[in-house]
Design a protein around this ligand. Sequence first.
Ligand code: DI6
Ligand code: FE
Length: 401
Amino acid sequence: MNIATMVAGRIPYGKLEHAALAVSGERIAWIGDAEEARSGARAAGIPLEEAEGLWMTPGLIDCHTHLVYGGNRVAEFEQRLCGASYEEIARAGGGIQSTVRATRAATFSQLHESALIRLRRLMAEGVTTVEIKSGYGLELAAERRLLEVARDLGERLPVSVRKTFLGLHALPPEFAADRQEFVNRVCGPWLETLAAAGLVDAVDAFCENIAFSLEETAQLLEAASGLGLAAHVHAGQLSDLGAAELASKWGALSADHLEYLSAAGARAMAAAGTVAVLLPTAYFTLRQTTPPPAGLLRDAAVPMAVATDCNPGTSPCSSLLTAMNMACTLFGLTPEEALRGTTCNAARALGLQDEVGKIAVGMRADLAFWRIERPAELCYGLGANPCAGVMHRGRMRGELN
Ligand code: DI6
Ligand code: FE
């Protein structure tokens, strides 16, 4: 076996306190004792990344973002503070539609430049995999541009990108008189074209009374399944339409948000293995008061993931550690659950559980190093960034700091 690097540090939650791993190519080839690794590395002349005293976790995974878009929504933020609700603004043609206008008007490089700033912030906090949704183009060319920006970011930067076609996000004004025609295009030629171009890992729909119905969402899930694509569903953010049940019925990888989730919905998710993606920074931004039923999800053994939902309207947040903090403080997750939510369970939400999200032999060597006293400190600080370094696909992004 060709060992390129070894790393020594502490692995949290019942794992090794004086651990080391060996990296071969992009993968973890061996895990064992730090002392053994040090002498082995010395004897064989293999470089050793000494992270003694630092904690090592799997590289963090942000499994739900909309980080490529044009413009911003700071004016709407002010309107909401003056009493307008998110739904009222959306119904008046603002909200998602204003970002759609700004996104359609933006060039590839403008979209790229603004997304890069947000992505770098995520990466600085130990993120090694990020899911990016389209959904602010809502016409074929603009949706394609968003997905191409997402792909390009993943090719240029040391981070793995999963691309999701959020075709059913909002109804664009040119289809106001013919919803069905819009849904047919999204689920037919647009999806087929984008998938054929290799730009779609999964689809998504905003299933909500201000957005798309259960029937419309089902049409997209059926089309995706016909093409062998995975699916996510924005479910139960503002009301319970039964979207979690629908997502489960179609074997979606995840149902996301879930502030309004019934016991039947949680049971359906458990039976289907659909991951609950919790988005506490969106809940916080909208000043919602009904948190997702974490106890119900826990009791039903539904895996819980935590993500930023990074988007200009409801979650202008590019800090996954902040989302982990709020998953604890607002939703009642334990720090260990929050960390599982951004590692192994987030990997599952993307269908990547055999690749990333765990420190184990055979998994990809995606690691984050932390200068903290104990693992719960990852969730403790607000605006603190204890990340001391990152390894992506077996290569350090820079020096440990
Ligand atoms: N749910 C959300 O929180 C975002 N999209 C969605 O389906 C909000 C999108 C926006 O307001 O721009
Ligand atoms: Fe979202």
